[in-house]
Each structure stands twice: as C-alpha cells, then as structure tokens.
Write a protein that binds this ligand. Structure first.
Ligand SMILES: CC(=O)N[C@H]1[C@@H](OP(=O)(O)OP(=O)(O)OC[C@H]2O[C@@H](n3ccc(=O)[nH]c3=O)[C@H](O)[C@@H]2O)O[C@H](CO)[C@@H](O)[C@@H]1O
Ligand SMILES: C=C(OP(=O)(O)O)C(=O)O
Length: 437
C-alpha cells in the first residue's frame, strides 16, 4: 500500500496540463476490439486503470505498440479468445470497472463475450443490469455463474437491431450497447442513453471507423448496423474530472493556477458549479485561470434565499465524480452548502476524515451532507488517513495540501488509478508531497 506525506499550508503557483480522460480512454480502448484494422489513439493517460486495460487487451492478443508518450497503436487481427475462459482473465478482468466494456465489442464481432464481476470504486451498489438487458434485447443469450460471479453472453446467429429504453442512463452500459449495436443487423434505437463527453467521443470514433450513428450528444441514439468497421486515429479529450480537481485545489489552497487546454466546450456545468461556491473561474482562450482567492470565496444562494444545494445527475447534469471535491472545497467557503450525492450510496462516508481535520460537516444520511464553511477563519488540521476511493482520495489530498502540518494518506493506489504522476505534477507547481512506496 503506497503512502503520500503532505506538508500542507503552502500556496501553489503555475500552469498544469490535464491528462487525457480516464473514463473516455477506457471506452475507446475497448472499441479497438471492433476491427481487425489498426487504430491509433493519442492522449492516453498513464494511469493504473488504463494500463490494466491495455494489459488485458495484450493478453487477448491485441498487438499494442507505444508510438510516443500517450500515443499507441492497436491491432486486433489475431485474438486469443481462450484467454477469456482462463484464470488470468478472472483476476485481471475484475481489477477495474472499465473492463466490462470489452463484452459489447466481443459479442458484436465474435458472437460471445465474458467478464468477471468488474472492480472499480466501492462506492455503493454498481449494477450491470442495463448492460446485459441491452445485449439480450439485441438477441444475445445471457448466463451468470453466481458462485464465480462470472457473466457470459453469446449470440451464435449474430445480433439484430431493435428499440430499447434503458432502465437508467448508465455510462459504461450505453457504451457497451452502442459497441454491440454498430455491428448488429438493422437499426437499433437507444432511448435514455447516457451522453457524457466520453460517449460522444466514443460515437465520433465509431463513426470515423465507418459506423452509422445519429443523435450523438443526445439521449436518443439511432444506430444502423454495418458489416465491418475499419481503422482510425482518435484523440482523447482532457479529463474533465481532473480539471475540476485542479479548480478545487487552487481555490482551497488560495493558489493562482492556470489549467491549460481544457476543451471548454466539453465541460458542461462544471465551471458554473464551482462558481456557485463563489470561486472565480476565468476563461482565457481554451485555458482556465483560477486567481488566488486571497479573500476566500462565498457560497451563492438561490433566488429565494434558500441554502445552496449541489447534486449530481446524468449528463448534461453535474457529474457525480466531482461531488467529493465540491464537498471538500465547501469546507473553507463562506456560507453553507448541501451536497446531495444521488447516484452512489457510499461515497460520502469519507467526511469522517474531514471532520477529524476540523471541518464542520453534518452527514445527514448516506446521500447528503451539509457543510458549514470556515471562511478560512480556522485552518484544517493535518492527520493520517486512508483513501477509500479515487475521488475521496483526491479530496483528502486537497484537504491535506490546505491543512496546517504534515498529513499522511495511505492507499494512494486509489488516486493513481485516475491521476497521472500526480505527486510530480503537483510538486512542479509548489506542492510539498513525498511518495513512500
Ligand atoms: C469507468 C467509468 O466510466 N466510470 C464512470 C461511470 O460508471 P458506471 O458506468 O459504472 O456508472 P453508471 O452510469 O452505470 O451508474 C452509476 C450509478 O448511478 C446510478 N444511476 C445512473 C444513471 C441514472 O440515470 N440514475 C442512477 O441512479 C446507478 O444506479 C449507479 O449506482 O459512470 C459513473 C456515473 O457518471 C461515474 O461515476 C464513473 O466514474
Ligand atoms: C467512480 C469512478 O471510477 P470507476 O467507475 O472506474 O470506479 C471515478 O472515476 O470517479
């Protein structure tokens, strides 16, 4: 278990370049299984989850070549599908959430796909019903081995397009079904589809491979199946969750930071949601400039004067992956905020650590926490903590960087799952962090 030692209380200053988006990269990497032709992907982040998925692809027989930092070519022209039935896959496939998205492409191209119960954050129940209900609608047979928690689908006669209304706008579920439908016979309509930029990017990539998809960016996708798909070059967008993390970090440490090349048009409600906490988010070309909040930041209230409420919703709503960061940043705001995490059941329990550090938080129930901001009148105190999940981990890191004294964070593998070389990148703008293996 790796550890960070963090000396808090220092202002940071400088530019930071966001990495490529983790959740997009995981979808895009699975899509390379849809064609025997070569696919080139640029801006792939060098993070644990993505590297684990690349290893799974290699073990499946995909030819992977690193062209330069973040750029790889992939060719799935000679796959070893027996790997999917072996012990190694049971271990590797369960090591991350994103591995679930190999099922759709394999089912579409080879008529069968398997997956052990995927990993990812332990942040509450994480159902896979939407994925498999979608495959069944397309004509697949479904099997689930309860003992081994192993899922399987097959479609010996191929998949056939149909209409489906998803029971929830699942991000990875939509990606999986889209990747199955692009090679199905006839037309598939997916209503209540998720439409995060990750999915828009996946659909654009599939179109450049020869797929026929209408409605990209909406919750109604119409896909007309094609016989085969070809190669393409795809560029992964900057990671909007990392961008949000750096906005929060800058505000809470009163630092002046410029986040470079953020792809503003793909950030949705993110800049405005930080503004609701009183944070100044300046657009400078395609960069975000956060000035030093020397006099703090004041939470806005609603028109009727009621308490500010920040909650998550499927895109274009506010992403659940930034709520933990909002919560930690609110601990130093002037004013009070209700954070309502609607999607996940166990993502707010890390507030115990913040309360230990001196934050004023009432955990109302597993989904809601009220934060009474300190307005920097009292600094958080350093402590020792363990990172329970990726976004709680980064939030605790932000808290530690703003706190008085030296904090210790254990289980930083959770942070490394989604933040590339985070200690070195933050050191470059003045953070005092030491990694202890
Ligand atoms: C690898 C990857 O891409 N992971 C992301 C993906 O996970 P993932 O695709 O696993 O998450 P889903 O979109 O399937 O669902 C997330 C949670 O939200 C609930 N839910 C979802 C949709 C809905 O309309 N109502 C609802 O309540 C689900 O029951 C589930 O508990 O999307 C999540 C939701 O943005 C993000 O937190 C994860 O970072
Ligand atoms: C919940 C997340 O990731 P995963 O779905 O991979 O667990 C996240 O990125 O915040």
């Amino acid at each position: 278990m790796g550890t960070f030692k963090i000396e808090g209380g220092h202002q940071l200053k400088g530019d930071i370049q966001p990495q490529g988006a983790k959740n997009e990269a995981l979808q895009i990497l699975c899509a390379v299984l849809l064609t025997s032709e070569k696919i080139i992907i640029n801006n792939i982040p060098d993070i644990r989850d993505v590297n684990k998925l690349i290893t799974i692809l290699e073990h499946l027989g995909v030819k992977v070549e690193k062209l330069s930092k973040g750029s790889y070519s992939f060719q799935s022209d000679d796959l070893d599908l027996e790997y999917l039935e072996g012990e190694l896959f049971k271990q590797e496939g369960s090591g991350l959430r994103g591995s679930i998205m190999i099922v759709g492409p394999l089912l579409a191209r080879f008529g069968k796909g398997y997956i052990p119960r995927p990993g990812g954050d332990k942040i509450g129940r994480r159902r896979l019903d939407t994925h498999f209900e979608g495959f069944i609608k397309l004509g697949a047979n479904f099997r689930y081995n309860k003992e081994e928690r192993f899922y399987g689908v097959d479609a010996p006669n191929g998949l056939t397009g149909t209409y489906m209304l998803l029971d929830e706008a699942s991000v990875t579920g939509t990606a999986n079904i889209v990747m199955a439908a692009v090679l199905a016979k006839g037309e598939t309509t997916i209503y209540n589809a998720a439409c995060e930029p990750y999915l828009q990017q996946l659909c654009k990539m599939l179109v450049s491979m020869g797929a026929n998809i209408e409605g990209i960016g909406s919750n109604l996708l119409k896909i007309t199946g094609v016989e085969t798909l070809g190669g393409c070059t795809h560029n992964v967008l900057p990671d909007m969750i990392e961008i949000g993390s750096w906005i929060g970090l800058a505000a809470m440490t009163k630092s002046e930071v410029t986040i470079k090349n953020v792809s503003w048009d793909d950030l949705g409600l993110i800049p405005n949601t930080f503004r609701k906490l009183g944070i100044t988010v300046e657009k400078q070309g395609d960069d975000i400039h956060i000035p030093a909040h020397t006099n703090g930041y004041e939470v806005q209230s609603f028109i009727d004067g009621s308490i500010m409420n920040i909650s998550d919703a499927p895109w274009p709503g506010f992403t659940p992956d930034l709520l933990s960061i909002m919560l930690v940043v609110a601990t130093q705001a002037k004013g009070s905020v209700l954070i309502h995490q609607k999607m996940f059941e166990s993502r707010l329990f890390f507030v115990d650590k913040l309360i230990d550090m001196g934050a004023k938080i009432i955990l109302c129930d597993p989904h809601r926490a009220t934060i009474i901001g300190h307005n920097f009148e009292s600094q958080l105190k350093a402590t020792t903590m363990t990172s329970p999940d990726i976004r709680a981990g980064i939030s605790l890191l932000i808290a530690a960087l703003s706190a008085k004294g030296t904090s210790t964070i254990h289980n930083i593998e959770q942070i490394d799952r989604g933040y590339e070389n985070i200690d070195e990148r933050l050191k470059a703008i003045g953070a005092k962090i030491t990694r202890i293996e």
